[in-house]
Ligand binder design. Structure first.
Ligand SMILES: *[C@@H]1O[C@H](CO)[C@@H](O)[C@H](O)[C@H]1NC(C)=O
Length: 268
């Protein structure tokens, strides 16, 4: 029982250490430049997938709701990462998650969705584009989406800028356990299981009392004695094991060296 328990504990520890989780929803995004570094950035956003994030703006007579999703159909529109919905319910595509870019800094991720509906008369009639700045906030799984600015009063390179806070983009606090410490923890857990089960066995089934409840008491005391002997043999500089101690040697076999004789005479 104990070995299998230790193996499962080991498996749990390994899972905790590697923290492996498969990216699923973020795989639906198509990157403009198919860099693996960018898809890694996207996989960080996995906890934010499959949710509609909304932001409302009211500028003069215009009243809009923006809907954002990470690699999913925002507001139910196919391939749309950001959608603008008017008061009348008319949807305008701002950016597609099928032409995405993703960049990461120490505590933020910038997500860009291109290929939105073309402007009618602004911005040289180019495609709309959305930029979503996601910043680290450890207190929020996903904060409120807000519109930072809607820049369409220029000739080219217009964009909609959004921001939101999330703990998903926070830098990972490195607390990886080394192989050594994992082994140490596994050893400790095995030892604990051994001691507890052995103790219970000795107490409840064998009916041992006092120090005898310690599992394999006889073996361990014997081992203790043996290792003490070993230590004695290896570490002691004066050969006390071969020759009996001088104070005992007085009566049995008198020592030949004169200085030794002086030594044992001294305390008397
Ligand atoms: C997002 O909103 C659309 C339209 O309201 C809805 O059809 C869809 O189910 C929502 N998706 C999620 C994941 O809530």
């Amino acid at each position: 029982m104990a070995p299998s328990l230790c193996w499962s504990l080991r498996a749990v520890l390994i899972l905790m250490v590697t923290g492996a989780h498969a990216a699923m929803y973020t795989n639906r995004c198509r990157l403009v430049h198919n860099h693996t570094s960018e898809s890694k950035v996207l996989s960080v956003l996995e906890p934010l997938t499959n949710q509609n994030f909304t932001a409302k703006t009211k500028v003069a007579e215009e009243d809009y709701t923006y809907v954002f999703q990470v690699c999913g159909d925002a507001d139910g529109m196919k391939d749309a990462g950001v959608v603008q919905r008017g008061k009348d319910g008319k949807q305008v595509l701002i950016g597609n998650y099928t032409s995405a870019q993703a960049f990461r800094g120490t505590d933020w991720i910038l997500l860009i969705y291109q290929g939105g509906e073309k402007y009618h008369d602004h911005c040289s009639k180019e495609s709309r584009k959305a930029m979503i700045m996601i910043s680290c906030d450890r207190s929020k799984a996903a904060g409120q989406l807000t519109v930072v600015l809607e820049d369409r009063v220029r000739e080219t390179d217009c964009f909609y800028l959004f921001e939101m806070d999330s703990s998903a983009v926070c830098p990972v606090i490195e607390s990886r356990l080394s192989t050594g410490s994992v082994l140490l923890i596994v050893c400790c857990c095995c030892l604990a299981v051994y001691l507890i089960s052995g103790f219970l066995y000795q107490r409840l089934i064998v009916g041992a009392k006092g120090v005898e409840q310690f599992p394999n008491y006889g073996f361990w005391t014997e081992l203790g004695n043996l290792s003490a002997d070993g230590c004695d043999f290896v570490c002691r500089t004066r050969g006390s094991r071969e020759e009996p101690p001088t104070y005992r040697g007085v009566s049995t076999e008198p020592s030949e060296e004169p200085e030794e004789r002086d030594d044992h005479l001294l305390p008397m």
